[in-house]
Design a binder for this molecule. Structure first.
Ligand SMILES: [Zn+2]
Length: 242
């Protein structure tokens, strides 16, 4: 008898899974009792499940109603989830990576080689994580292409640069030192050409203004009138830096 009661009590506190229809999508709805919650709470988790927290005196049917009433909000959250593609920690065959601003698929080629976009490279093991090999390849491309582009744009605008270095940075796309060294992130190979040019011109503008003052941004705008569009792309793809 006592066991029965404990069992029942436990059962009501366990999360309940249900399905919620959002547009054409059937979404798993996880309902979790939380004795300290003061009201119903709704959250879209990164894995695409919707979680509803049920407060102390709440119940499952009210939780369902709560989720249904907030369908519009959930739909909006889903939209955000899809426009910001999640970058997988490992890169495997069949997955897509950004290359020159486009998502390209990593595909097998002959003799233990792989292809992505216009590139082909040999790898040790096509079944393992391909990220280190692909990154090394992109970094080599960056070391060839980025310094040339810096010199081209610098001479076009009459700005002098003493050195260009291509680096592996996790928090910034580029930088410029007082001595005139422009450092660029190899990940610019993942960005479209106009974004790459914007970063280069942004760093070149620092040769004239070593700050982010109003004058600096006027200089950026003079060198690259569409800079806001490039800034927007960078903001939407900031996860490429991680
Ligand atoms: Zn800057």
């Amino acid at each position: 008898m006592i066991f029965d009661r404990i069992f029942k009590l436990k059962k009501t506190l366990e999360p309940t899974t249900n399905v919620l229809q959002i547009g054409s999508r059937a979404v798993p709805l996880l309902m979790v009792h939380h004795p300290r919650a003061r009201r119903y709470l709704l959250r879209l988790r990164p894995d695409g499940t919707v979680r509803v927290t049920i407060p102390r005196r709440g119940n499952i049917s009210a939780a369902r109603d709560f989720a249904s009433r907030n369908i519009d909000w959930l739909e909006q959250q889903f939209h955000h989830l899809t426009i910001r593609p999640r970058i997988p920690a490992t890169w495997n065959l069949g997955e897509e990576v950004y290359f020159r601003g486009e998502l390209v698929r990593i595909e097998p080629d002959t003799d233990g080689s792989i292809r992505f976009g216009t590139e082909r490279l040999e790898v040790y093991d096509t079944q393992g994580d391909l990220r280190p090999a692909i990154q090394k390849h992109m970094r080599a491309l960056a070391s060839e292409e980025l310094p040339l582009r810096v010199m081209e744009l610098a001479s076009h605008h009459g700005i002098n640069v003493s050195r260009v270095s291509v680096r592996n940075q996790k928090s910034r796309w580029g930088s410029c030192s007082r001595r005139g060294t422009v450092s660029l992130n190899w990940r610019l190979m993942q960005a479209p050409g106009f974004v790459r040019d914007y970063i280069i011109l942004h760093e070149l503008a620092h040769r004239r203004q070593m700050n982010h003052s109003k004058k600096f941004w006027q200089e950026v705008e003079r060198l690259f009138p569409d800079y806001l569009q490039a800034e927007r792309w960078l903001k939407q793809h900031s996860n490429l830096l991680r």
